[in-house]
Write a protein that binds this ligand. Sequence first.
Ligand code: KIV
Ligand code: ZN
Length: 512
Amino acid sequence: MADKVIIFDTTLRDGEQSPGASMNKDEKLRIARQLERLKVDVIEAGFAASSNGDFEAVQTIANAIKDSTICSLSRANDKDISRAAEALKGANSARIHTFIATSALHMEKKLRMTPDEVFEQAKLAVRFARNLVADVEFSPEDGYRSDPDFLCRVIEAVIAEGATTINVPDTVGYAVPELYGNFIRNLRERIPNSDMAIWSVHCHNDLGMAVANSLAGVKIGGARQVECTINGLGERAGNCSLEEVVMALKTRRDYFGLDLGIDTKHILAASRMVSQTTGFVVQPNKAVVGANAFAHASGIHQDGVLKARDTYEIMRAEDVGWTTNKIILGKLSGRNAFKQRLQELGVQMESEADINSAFTRFKELADLKSEIFDEDILALVSDEGVTHEQEQYRFVSLSQRSETGKHPYASIVFTDNGEEVKISSDGNGPVDASLKAIEAHVNSGAEMVLYSVNAISGSTESQGEVTVRLQNSGRVVNGIGADPDIIVASAKAYLSALNKLQSKADRVAAQG
Ligand code: KIV
Ligand code: ZN
């Protein structure tokens, strides 16, 4: 095997820091399982010390995931590091990722510490972490904007203390590829013990160059770990996108000459899962996972592809999980066909009871919709395995009236802690009327910060998938609902968001 690039996924930590993308423990566990299926080498599961919710998420993932290394972020202090180690206790392979800012700007304005104090704290943190786990990553935050001389001093010291991975973050997305690649190469050349650690890149996408910068860090700088997120999720313009960097390294192996452990056929399912869970829609022209990524609209391209695929295709759609047989099942399909399709789509259900419940919902959907697409199946199972015990509200039925010239009106039935509630309202449109009816009973006072409708399989026969993002008392949650009737999907999404707002789970997003 040639040199290998370690793929470090931080969707559940840096990705989750994106406003509105916070996920609960069950959602994080489902995504972690999909990352394990993808054969991601390291999963950064959260920031254990930042909240009880994050601690529990890291702990749950560490106990459940066997094949990937599980990592927790931690500031460079004993309290945070101990908390990370505690959360990671059950992991087969655990990593603590500790960080402290090293740029003059961050040290002076944010930390209010002198460079010497930062130097000492970085050393002590790595020493402390190494006493708890064998695998310790150190990040000088805002590393790319730090003074190279100071960075050399800090990195040499933390490697001497036992740091096994050195990550060089471009925290604010300021780098350009050639300069970033040279920056890392220069550090590696100047630091006498640099070969005692694996070097890692961590790029933000503020100037749209996170993937290019990461690749330059690998090619020019000699980094052998890339930190990235599914769909490039992350604060502001996001992080380096996993699917893009992986497919670039794989497709241009002739140029990079590097191997990866990733099972790329699970990429699309991972992308959809993250998009459905967070409500961050994937743009149609997004590389690799966008709906148009492999669609050839022009006659010349179509003709070429039919004659020989590689005239216009540099990757095979199937290699990243796109399927060609789109119409898959109907109302006569049996449980075995359904189960097999789930397996082909990379969906693993934990128990026969989960499969049975998904199959019942599949049959209900097949009664409403003659053709069931892969996308329908994925939407159907998107919250399977997610605990429903804390669900206070459940959708039962809805009727609504909308007619040109008349005021839209909706009447909805749902349960509140098992008690049936029937309530109606008018509104600007049928969706508005339905949600107002729910709100008239619930009185949540939440502010809606996002409402989006997406046709799951791209036609009018499709199910509508609705995402509702609510904000209340500093908490932001996403609710998702799918149904062939978009008004029903909207009501389901709203109730799902309200359930999350009610849940006691501590959901404060981590601070990096
Ligand atoms: O962007 C950044 O600097 C980070 C660090 C905590 C690694 O996310
Ligand atoms: Zn980051």
